[in-house]
Design a protein around this ligand. Structure first.
Ligand SMILES: *Cc1c(COP(=O)(O)O)cnc(C)c1O
Length: 636
């Protein structure tokens, strides 16, 4: 069967996880569909972006950001709720808030507050730095600024004082002690607070964060604490400040059923709070809206069995029914969707530096008459595989393995030379490769032979750091769609694990998306000599950028924002990645001191006439060039 671009689309599920944003063009390159101001769509090749940037001195690894996709996600989320509410006659509004922690980059927050204004899209903060970010960007009296997290007096005071500027700032009580803490400060400052309460649902969620919901979740009040808080608010004549009810089930909730259950429980509590006499008016359903990273549309951990529209429609329906049943006003519905808003925004691109291919496709030479018996035995197996009936492959495999091991122990005992051992290994791998190629002809693959294919998976050494750029892959087994950016008109004939350049044995990607959930290897092309083979890791806009760390002192990659204006690709907002000198200062070295120390060593070498003064100058030039260079592998 001949290979087509459609076959590539299917192999990498790009139409599933990429939605309408990513695709493959007829030239076999991955494209991003960007719309301009007028709404006209242009497909831009990612490998072209990388080439353009390389010419400008911004080599890979390069993080691409697409403002347009961020805007379209904000729009899609808001429109989903607007449509659902209109459709069912909901008499309240949707006011989304973006949780800053999901991607705190200045560009993201600026874009969200600018573009989000037409939807009165707000911000959620969970710490003092995030509060400052929110205060400085949210210039919209109709948008909400929701304060979650631990709050000290400084935090509370600032939020209260800032609310006098007309901003809608809600202080959410996360711990029982915060009721008095906030009321005390409000009294002292003479400012009426707007209060929310975070509740610990008993409904269990699924997915990686199953424990962040439920009875034992870390944050929020349980039922008894909630009642105590209500009583305390009443005692202090402060129930009138309680406007918002909130819960957060955890992130990346794969199953709509669990989401519905949580919402059902929450709205019941909400109704009770109204009946207790609190003014209420806002129901904040938290985050958790998932991304279909693997494109399977299932309740697998890296997927979700629902879409945006279904999510919005289900939540609106549940809230509406419960409120109608209880005869209370439809509240403003808030969600704190982070991942679903920013995941599409960034793509990490990197190149392949080297390949270790375990497959031996060239037949090794025949042993000479005076070669060791074991080599001759291996040679015989090697020839037998090529002429053998497929049903005896298992036997050939066992024999090849046996003779290979014999040669190894002969080597260890000093009987055969390193050359003989190398010759034997080559014959072994050639035989294994031959067997693997014939496996396709078998009706049923014996268990031993199935694992043989796994032994032949190549290592592709990739110019990036998993710890810096895909921390969730390393920490929580999160799958990201990863695929080559070019040559997709050709069938990928290799299977690979991606090893990064951190020299850490955990520094690799060996789980990839698959229609059946996950697979251990990535289908990939054989790299051509001299080719700059590019790979993209997609949907990395949520959580990956600031969770990343400086393992092996590999720093932030270069970043470029890409947009389309009047049908032309424009590069805006380039951010230079960390230099070697930058990362050294992060761990408290002073680059100047380091240089001075090394200069003294070089000077001593001049004194001892080991190098000339001119060589010293040359050496120091190299030292400084490295100091100012990129932390990743550079091609020049
Ligand atoms: C992290 C977090 C969110 C964001 O969750 P997503 O799954 O990314 O939408 C929302 N609310 C709170 C309280 C959070 O801690």
């Amino acid at each position: 069967m001949s290979w087509t671009v459609d076959a590539a689309r299917e192999l990498y599920s790009i139409r599933q996880w990429g939605e309408e944003y990513f695709d493959i063009n007829e030239e076999g390159e991955v494209v991003v569909n960007l719309t301009d101001e007028s709404g006209k769509a242009t497909a831009v090749s990612l490998s072209k972006i990388v080439r353009d940037q390389d010419e400008r001195g911004r080599p890979v690894p390069l993080l691409l950001r697409f403002r347009n996709l961020l805007n379209r996600r904000i729009e899609a989320l808001n429109q989903a709720f607007i449509t659902a509410m209109k459709g069912s006659g909901y008499r309240g509004v949707y006011r989304g808030v973006y949780p800053i922690k999901v991607n705190q980059q200045q560009q993201v927050i600026e874009e969200i507050s600018d573009f989000g204004r037409k939807y009165h899209y707000g911000l959620e903060c969970g710490s003092k730095p995030e509060l400052l970010i929110a205060l400085a960007h949210l210039n919209d009296p109709e948008a909400l600024l929701i304060c979650n997290g631990y709050k000290d007096i400084e935090f509370i005071d600032l939020a209260l004082k800032a609310s006098q500027t007309g901003m809608q700032i809600v202080l959410v009580v996360e711990m029982p002690s915060e009721v008095d803490a906030i009321l005390d400060r409000a009294e002292a400052l003479g400012i009426a607070p707007t209060l929310g309460i975070r509740f610990r649902l008993s409904a269990k969620s699924e997915g990686h964060w199953a424990d962040s919901g439920g009875d034992r979740s870390t944050f929020g009040l349980n039922t008894a604490q909630l009642i105590d808080a209500i009583d305390r608010l009443k005692e202090r004549d402060s129930l009138k400040y309680l406007k918002l009810f909130h819960y957060h089930q955890g992130s990346q909730l794969p199953n709509i059923r669990a989401i519905r259950e949580a919402c059902t429980e929450a709205v019941r509590v909400y109704v009770n709070l109204v009946n207790e006499g609190a003014p209420m008016g806002i129901l904040d359903l938290g985050g958790g809206l998932a991304i279909d990273y693997d494109g399977t549309h299932t309740n697998y951990i890296s997927s979700c069995n629902y879409g945006l529209k279904e999510y919005a429609a289900d939540l609106v329906e549940i809230v509406q029914n419960a409120c109608d049943g209880a005869g209370i006003t439809h509240p403003t519905i808030v969600t704190e969707s982070g991942r679903a808003v920013v995941a599409h925004y960034s793509v990490l691109t990197f190149n392949v530096l080297d390949v270790t291919d375990f497959r031996e496709t060239e037949a090794p030479p025949a042993p000479s008459p005076d070669s060791h018996e074991m080599l001759k035995n291996l040679w015989e197996i090697q020839n037998r595989v090529q002429t053998q009936e497929p049903n005896r492959l298992q036997e050939c495999f066992n024999d090849a393995l046996f003779y290979r091991d014999q040669i190894r122990s002969l080597f260890n005992n000093g009987v055969v030379t390193l050359r003989t051992r190398a010759h034997g290994e080559k014959m072994y791998w050639f035989t294994i490769t031959q067997i693997a190629e014939q496996l396709g002809e078998l009706d049923e693959i014996p268990e031993d032979l199935a694992s043989l294919e796994a032994n032949l998976i190549s290592y592709y050494y990739a110019n990036f750091s998993v710890f810096q750029s895909l921390p969730d892959h390393w920490a929580i087994d999160q799958l990201f769609p990863i695929m080559p950016l070019q040559r997709l008109t050709e069938e990928p004939t290799n299977q690979a694990i991606l090893a990064d350049i951190t020299c850490d044995c955990d520094g690799k990607v060996d789980r990839f998306i698959d229609v059946k959930g996950a697979k251990r290897h990535l289908p990939i092309h054989a790299q051509k000599p001299g080719e700059n083979y590019l790979i993209g890791a997609f949907l990395v806009g949520a959580y990956q950028e600031t969770l990343g760390d400086l393992h092996n002192l590999l720093g932030d990659p270069h970043v470029v924002s890409v947009a389309v204006e009047d049908g032309e690709v424009v590069y805006t907002n380039e951010v230079e990645g960390d230099s070697v000198s930058d990362v050294l200062s992060y761990v408290e070295y002073d680059p100047k001191t380091i240089e001075r120390q090394f200069r003294a060593i070089a000077e001593r070498a001049v004194q001892k006439e080991q190098i000339t003064a001119k060589q010293r100058r040359d050496l120091m030039d190299s030292f400084r060039a490295t100091l100012n260079g990129y932390t990743y592998y550079e091609n020049d």
